[in-house]
Ligand binder design. Structure first.
Ligand SMILES: Cc1cc2nc3c(=O)[nH]c(=O)nc-3n(C[C@H](O)[C@H](O)[C@H](O)COP(=O)(O)OP(=O)(O)OC[C@H]3O[C@@H](n4cnc5c(N)ncnc54)[C@H](O)[C@@H]3O)c2cc1C
Length: 368
């Protein structure tokens, strides 16, 4: 991926990347990777889509006259584009949601001290730059939200090497601890007054992460389907007929293909919809309610794709039979990997129903 510049795909061409801005195209690329290995696909997705968000934030900061933030982001993008650096974006913490980080940036001379613990930090073993979300205490009480830039090797930064999961085992989603990690003032970027609420920056970056990520879960389901088609033609049951000669197997196969068509249709539509929205010029940037309506569509697609990918692999296992349950069979890995989709915030299935319903009724204040 380094040699082919895939890791620099979302860096603007002027900074040494391939200049990809289309979520649809990224989704297709991540989807193809996931057919081979979903852990690799989600790991690179976290990096690529985070970098895309950084490029968007650089443009927005420049337009808003926030030169210091724009310059820092430009430097970081050059490090990815020209020096092959890898970024890791840990948001998740035990006991709180993504909009209310407890990892804190405490002001100190010349910068901030970062303290806290993040979980599920995908791609962390390969990362050169960590960009955790943090809270910054306000003098009058309460918090701002921001992102800190913590390079590997910063004293007090530890990748815990403790990822022990049901699936996505090669995604390197370890815990990260920050203990009095010093970052200079300019390395605290994107400070916003939206602690605990779904602000426009969070909505935009969440859509960027999740559309290609859903492509990965579709890829898992497609891999299961391909395996079954090949096996069902040759595998014999005790009657010495191929599995595909049985009507019940063909029925399950048809259900798998219908579910795949459903997922592909939703992802194609929603990726173009969000591409149109996020690639608008700054003068026509979407307002918060437009972002919520788009996010609702992303969540509808996520809800369906996360469920269908598990169902499709499950059907594949039913067709193949007991050997699909063995650890060495590809379907057991696909089944474990597919199960990860629903846990990805925002949103888990329970939270998604709540959110979709609120947006459906235009309950804007309930979302703030
Ligand atoms: C393979 C994998 C890779 C990941 N990679 C990353 C990554 O790179 N970066 C990252 O930041 N995160 C990552 N995550 C984390 C993911 O996005 C979720 O944050 C994580 O799974 C925890 O979500 P949760 O819903 O289980 O936890 P919680 O938010 O703790 O929720 C647990 C349950 O409580 C419910 N709940 C939550 N809040 C409330 C409330 N206020 N009231 C009532 N009920 C509530 C939820 O509906 C949920 O059912 C990854 C996860 C996985 C599985």
């Amino acid at each position: 991926m380094r040699r082919s510049s895939f890791l620099a795909a979302t860096v603007p061409a002027a900074h040494g990347g391939l200049g990809v801005t289309s979520l649809h195209d990224l989704m297709v690329g991540v989807n193809r990777l996931a057919r081979g290995d979903a852990s690799t696909a989600i790991a690179v997705n976290m990096h690529l889509t985070g970098v895309l968000g950084a490029a968007l934030l650089m443009d927005r900061s420049r337009t808003a006259g926030e030169e210091m933030a724009a310059d820092v982001l430009r430097e970081l993008l050059i490090q990815v584009g020209r020096d092959d650096k890898v970024m890791c974006f840990p948001l998740t913490e035990a006991g709180t949601d993504h909009t209310s980080p407890r990892t804190e940036a405490t002001p100190t001379r010349g910068g901030y001290l970062i303290n806290g613990r993040k979980t599920f930090a995908t791609i962390s073993p390969a990362a050169d730059l960590f960009l955790p979300t943090v809270r910054v205490p306000k003098p009058e009480g309460g918090f701002l939200t921001a992102t800190a830039v913590v390079p590997t090797g910063t004293p007090g930064l530890t990748v815990e090497d403790n990822w022990d999961s049901l699936g996505m085992r090669a995604s390197g989603s370890h815990d990260i601890t920050f203990t009095d990690c010093f970052v200079p003032t300019r390395f605290l970027i994107g400070q916003v007054d939206s602690y605990g609420s779904l602000g426009p920056g969070y909505l935009a970056s969440a859509m960027m992460v999740h559309i290609p990520l859903l492509g990965a879960f579709l890829g898992i389901a497609e891999a299961a389907r391909e395996y079954v088609v090949a096996e069902a033609r040759i595998a014999k049951n005790p009657g010495h007929r191929s599995l595909s000669s049985r009507a019940s197997v063909r029925l399950l196969m048809a259900q798998m293909d219908i579910a795949l068509a459903e997922c592909r249709g939703m992802l194609d539509r929603v990726s173009h919809l969000v591409d149109d929205l996020l690639n608008r010029p700054e003068s026509n940037a979407p307002d918060i309610m437009t972002l919520h309506r788009a996010m609702k569509e992303v969540q509808c697609a996520k809800y369906v794709v996360n469920r269908r990918s598990v169902e499709i692999v499950d059907h594949a296992m039913t067709i193949i039979g007991g050997r699909a349950y063995l650890g060495r069979n590809i379907l057991s890995r696909l089944y474990r990997d597919a199960r990860a989709g629903g846990f990805m915030q925002p949103f888990s299935p329970v939270d998604a129903l709540e959110y979709i319903g609120k947006v459906s009724f235009d309950l804007v204040s309930a979302l703030e």
